[in-house]
Design a protein around this ligand. Structure first.
Ligand SMILES: NC(=O)c1ccc[n+]([C@@H]2O[C@H](COP(=O)([O-])OP(=O)(O)OC[C@H]3O[C@@H](n4cnc5c(N)ncnc54)[C@H](OP(=O)(O)O)[C@@H]3O)[C@@H](O)[C@H]2O)c1
Length: 328
């Protein structure tokens, strides 16, 4: 039975953020076609999705891979919307930077071509990242970052640091999507969440947690990368994705960031509540504290979106889930 709001496709459906979004879309009355990679060599299984409220009647799971973009065609045919979240997330350096970029860019172009071909899709919401709007040129000295800033993907793709492949691929994929939208008149909006933390419905630890919460799950390199951070609650991100899909005035890029903090501020919360889980480290005291830049969500809030959650709720939500699932 199709939900009263119609069918939408969510790519990367077994992932951390997509799973939460699917839960919220089902609650909102949509039917959901989730794509997963069913090959057992990939890490996620989708069993948590089939247990969701409404899943039996309104969730269908399809096998699709960004490496064969045409695999998304039968999923997209008949959908009114696409939420594209799948992305080769590799912070361990197992895939080459160029493979990650190629898979991600060709993947989104294939998905957008399928939307043109079947003509049922009214809007595509691409989940980019503030990594695509980050400034690495310190001479510019801009402290408030908005949607006009783009990361310099060509400069970053030549560098070798943890996260370089991610930043370059997210930037080039978002650019490709918006250029396609302009060229073909397909409605594509992008959301640029900051680091997403909060509870999860997957049974395994979200792949982003070593980067996101390095003092508990990562190492010094992860922690140095997150010396200052920008955070948003997973439920606020899902609300914003649905809000942008439903909002007729939404155009182009939208930063979705709740708070800008230093790693020391996060450490203070962790020391108070989760000290027994902190990895031993002496690097925090070695670093000079940096003031974080501000990623502005003004464009999103001026459209009427409201954030609900603060930093402590994000951290509590994530770590309580880890404890409940025996992952901490
Ligand atoms: N986590 C954050 O803090 C954050 C912040 C901003 C933006 N985002 C964006 O949000 C999206 C979801 O991230 P996440 O944190 O939920 O990561 P995740 O849990 O690792 O989810 C990524 C998903 O992409 C799928 N995927 C990877 N390579 C694929 C391929 N070749 N073909 C098809 N699917 C593929 C994965 O499938 P398998 O399970 O089969 O590997 C997984 O389901 C990404 O686009 C990410 O850039 C995340």
């Amino acid at each position: 039975m199709e939900g009263e709001k119609g069918s939408v496709c969510v790519t990367g459906g077994a992932g951390y953020i997509a799973s939460w979004l699917i839960m919220r879309l089902l609650r909102h009355g949509y039917s959901v076609r989730a794509t997963v990679r069913s090959d057992p060599k990939f890490k996620e299984d989708a069993s948590h999705l089939v247990k969701l409220h409404g899943a039996q009647e309104r969730l269908q799971i399809f096998d699709a891979d960004l490496e064969t973009p045409e695999s998304f065609e039968p999923v997209i045919n008949g959908c009114i919307g696409v939420f594209h979240l799948s992305h080769p997330m590799d912070f361990e350096g197992t895939m080459s930077k160029e493979t990650i970029i190629k898979t991600s860019v060709e993947g989104i172009l294939g998905i957008l071509q399928a939307c043109l071909k079947y003509k049922t899709v009214k809007k595509v919401v691409y989940t980019s990242s503030i990594a695509a709007a980050s400034l690495f040129d310190t001479t510019k000295n801009i402290k408030e970052i908005d949607e006009n800033q783009w990361s310099d993907a060509e400069m970053i793709r030549k560098l070798d640091f943890i996260g370089a492949a991610y930043i370059a691929s997210k930037t080039l994929t978002e650019r490709a999507a918006l250029e396609f939208s302009k060229e073909h008149g397909l409605d594509v909006v992008t959301i640029l969440p900051s680091t997403i933390i909060g509870p999860f419905i997957n049974s395994t630890l979200p792949s982003s947690f070593p980067m996101t919460l390095p003092l508990i799950f990562g190492n010094e390199e992860h922690a140095r990368f997150m010396k200052t951070g920008h955070f948003v609650h997973i439920d606020d991100v899902a609300s914003a994705q649905i809000f942008l899909f439903e909002c007729s005035k939404a155009v182009g890029r939208h930063i979705c960031n709740k708070t800008d903090v230093t790693i020391q501020e996060i450490a203070n919360i962790l020391i108070l509540k989760y000290s027994e889980h902190l990895l031993p480290n002496d690097y925090l005291s070695k670093w000079e504290e940096e003031k974080p830049d501000h990623f502005s969500s003004k464009k999103l809030t001026e459209l009427g979106f409201k954030f609900k959650y603060g930093l402590e709720e994000m951290i509590d939500g994530a770590l309580q889930c880890c404890q409940d699932k025996g992952l901490l």
